[in-house]
Design a protein around this ligand. Structure first.
Ligand SMILES: Cc1cc2nc3c(=O)[nH]c(=O)nc-3n(C[C@H](O)[C@H](O)[C@H](O)COP(=O)(O)OP(=O)(O)OC[C@H]3O[C@@H](n4cnc5c(N)ncnc54)[C@H](O)[C@@H]3O)c2cc1C
Length: 121
């Protein structure tokens, strides 16, 4: 790791990563500092329900409608693994941490599983 940098980006969410990519491309020696165990911020995919690890969801950014195609093309993201998975006809968000919230999340996961099974049938 270099001892000095031209630019330090705090936060490796998608905005930080895009900014860092453009900075690095312009020749700036760039460092990204991310507090979590992985980059991506709200756009990461995670399995938040220990009792149902097969259910993976984005943390908050659930559609890519605001991602400018110019950035996708400009940074050649497809070559780096960027891929969009189109959503089905519904989405479920579970954000509650309470016992009632756990019940609601389990119910939402159950509904999602049944919906997928119905679609596959
Ligand atoms: C409920 C909800 C739904 C949304 N739905 C959509 C959607 O459908 N489509 C869409 O395009 N956008 C959506 N958004 C907006 C989207 O989530 C944000 O615009 C986007 O995540 C912002 O990206 P970011 O990189 O700026 O920040 P974030 O994604 O929040 O990333 C910030 C990163 O910085 C790190 N960090 C913070 N402080 C520090 C620190 N001091 N040191 C080190 N690291 C730090 C964090 O760990 C995190 O990884 C939604 C937002 C919300 C709240």
């Amino acid at each position: 790791m270099a001892a000095t940098y031209d630019a330090i980006v705090v936060g490796g969410g998608h905005n930080g990563l895009v900014a860092a990519a453009y900075l690095a491309r312009s020749g700036a020696r760039t460092l990204v500092l991310e507090g979590r165990h992985k980059t991506g911020g709200a756009a990461t995919t995670e399995a938040p329900w220990p009792e149902a690890p097969e259910f993976k969801v984005t943390r908050l950014s659930y559609v890519m409608s605001l991602m400018p195609p110019t950035i996708i093309k400009d940074l050649d993201l497809a070559r780096h693994g960027y891929q969009i998975y189109p959503m089905g006809g519904h989405a479920a968000l579970g954000c509650l941490a309470s016992r009632a919230g756990r019940g609601a999340r389990a119910a939402a996961a159950d509904r999602a599983a049944r919906h997928r099974l119905a679609q596959a049938a």
